[in-house]
Design a protein around this ligand. Sequence first.
Ligand code: PMP
Ligand code: GLN
Length: 397
Amino acid sequence: MKPQNDLLSATGTTVFTVMSALAVQHGAINLGQGFPDYDGPEDVVRAAAEALLDNRNQYPPLTGLPELRQAVAAANRRFYGLEIDPNAEVVVTSGATEALTACLMAVLNPGDEVVLLEPLYDTYLPVVKLLGAVPKLVRLSPPKWELPRAELAAAFGPKTKAILLNSPMNPASKVFTAAELAFIAELCQRHDTYAICDEVYEHLTFDGWKHIPLMTLPGMRERCLRIGSAGKTFNLTGWKVGYITCDRSLAPNVAKAHQNLTFTTAPNLQRAVAVGLAKDDRYFTELAADLQAKRDRLSAGLAALGFGVLTSQGSYFVTADFTPLGFAGDDVAFCRHITETAKVTAIPVSAFYAGADAPHHFVRFAFCKRMEVLDEALARLTAWKASRDTGSLAAAS
Ligand code: PMP
Ligand code: GLN
């Protein structure tokens, strides 16, 4: 048989699937893959269920149901002061994953360069490469994950077509500052590039950090393709409803990419997400406050165990350095070890790097879990650590 697609043949199964399967195999608490262990808002779920029963189950319009496009435009106005035409500047997709691919397809030609920031979400690189584009990686470094301005400026050149920016960032849990965004905006304008903005964690920010869409900066309205996800905003990750907001000059190509990927997204879910986006401000404030409390609980517990816990400004995740625990092995070995031994699963942060010399001493924990589950995970890690300490004391005596 002739070889299949080289790039896909060389791409492994996503780390999230691998670690979730390992968690199931070992009966571990899964703090790996980022999904809540509680359901989204009842009124939104009910709206989806009711929408199935009223005979509107055929293909919805290509760019999304009008009520969801209107809700996306209204949310853009309410949260960011962006004026968006729901009929010409919104495309609904099957999750942010499809939205990312559709946006990249919409703007890239083979040979175009795309600036990507490491650590990066796992779908970015394979899709950029499948489209024949050339990734230019710029690395952010822990613990502060500050934007390396000189390196970023050096990554832009005449062939740069786009930057892909993820804020709040997975797994760094960083919210880009206004000054960093202004620096990126200036580069985009100087080099005449687009910005694909993965903003799936837009409403999940903590400690007063406010998400600022790059699209709201002067000169960026026409350049940005802003991606949101109902999965994150309503804690319904299985629904896979995403939405792209972009200028009317970009939306037709995005829609054409979408028509070749999935064409449409389940109509009942679209109708329910429209209900969700219309929820009052309190819902969005409480969503973040609730997650912040979970972040605090897990971060404090991990710190008490000796992990070097990094600040999480937003997202579902906290990153921690396990070096102080004295484990002899890299992050992949550590995650496997705690899954099998402590019965708690995390994600090795090196999985979010493509270049050589990735850090191998950080792991990512998801805290979008019920408090009692976080407590149980911490109890298991505490017992695991105690047995290690006892073991090494016994060995030493
Ligand atoms: N981007 C980032 C940064 C993510 O963490 C995720 C994970 N869900 C996605 C995109 C994909 O979102 P969706 O589930 O809506 O496809
Ligand atoms: N976004 C989720 C995470 O970072 C995973 C989504 C997936 O499994 N593809 O954990």
